[in-house]
Design a protein around this ligand. Structure first.
Ligand SMILES: [Zn+2]
Length: 226
């Protein structure tokens, strides 16, 4: 589904939301869902009349398997460069274990990890705060994972990964407490995001927030602080 011109949400991807940003010669895949979604994503791309070889970058907002799971297969077919913030590079490449989840859902996660095969990917590009990639600015927003990052097009939109969520009415919601490695940093990242201007918020989970999104994020902080 095209959300705004050139920005697509790939329907039916399991795991996290997968987006395509298509502008002229540059095609970005932002997050890839769980393992096994590569074919679906490429089918969507072909439906736009574009060729897999045109994908320049596969940008991962962080290394969690529901976002990075199909990066391996997509990289193999497209030849695109895989980019992730340097803080999550080692978990993506398999040099470190993927994030472990605490609390009541932890046993479920351990079972899932045994059933689903994660194929590590060595990133081609390590992102840092302020970098530009495919017309977007990298905003470092740790807390959900150590190397979580957002992509920002000033005044327009933000790919938030899991630094923010949205509710079923399309309003911004805070990051998940259960799933975040450091909730204090996660809130600091929300504060940082609230200083940016963007109309549309494209979260890793849930529906896009289609208007006044940065105002909505500032409201979250007001309700938290009051
Ligand atoms: Zn996620």
């Amino acid at each position: 589904m095209e959300i705004v011109p050139g920005i697509h949400h790939v329907n039916g991807v399991r795991g996290a939301n997968c987006y395509l940003a298509v502008s002229g010669d540059t095609i970005l895949i932002v997050d890839t869902g769980m393992p096994g979604n590569g074919r679906r994503i490429l089918k969507y791309l072909k439906g736009l009349g574009r060729d897999p070889a045109e994908v320049g970058y596969i940008v991962l907002t962080h290394s969690d398997i529901d976002h990075s799971g199909s990066a391996f297969e997509l990289k193999r077919v497209t030849g695109a460069k895989v980019a992730i913030h340097e803080g999550d590079a080692r978990s993506l490449s398999g040099e470190e274990k993927l994030k472990e989840v605490r609390g009541i859902i932890s046993p479920l996660f351990k079972v899932m990890a045994k059933l689903i095969r994660f194929r590590p990917v060595k990133p081609d590009l390590l992102l840092r705060e302020g970098d530009e990639i495919g017309g977007f600015r990298v905003i470092y927003t740790p807390g959900h994972t150590r190397g979580s990052a957002c992509l920002h097009r000033p005044g327009e939109l933000l790919f938030a990964g899991d630094a923010l969520r949205s509710d079923k009415h399309g309003n911004p919601e805070p990051p998940s407490k259960l799933m975040s490695v450091d909730m204090k940093r996660a809130w600091e990242s929300v504060r940082k995001i609230a200083e940016l201007e963007f109309n549309i918020l494209l979260p890793g989970h849930g529906s896009p927030v289609l208007q006044n999104a940065s105002k909505g994020v500032r409201h979250l902080l007001i309700s938290k602080d009051s």
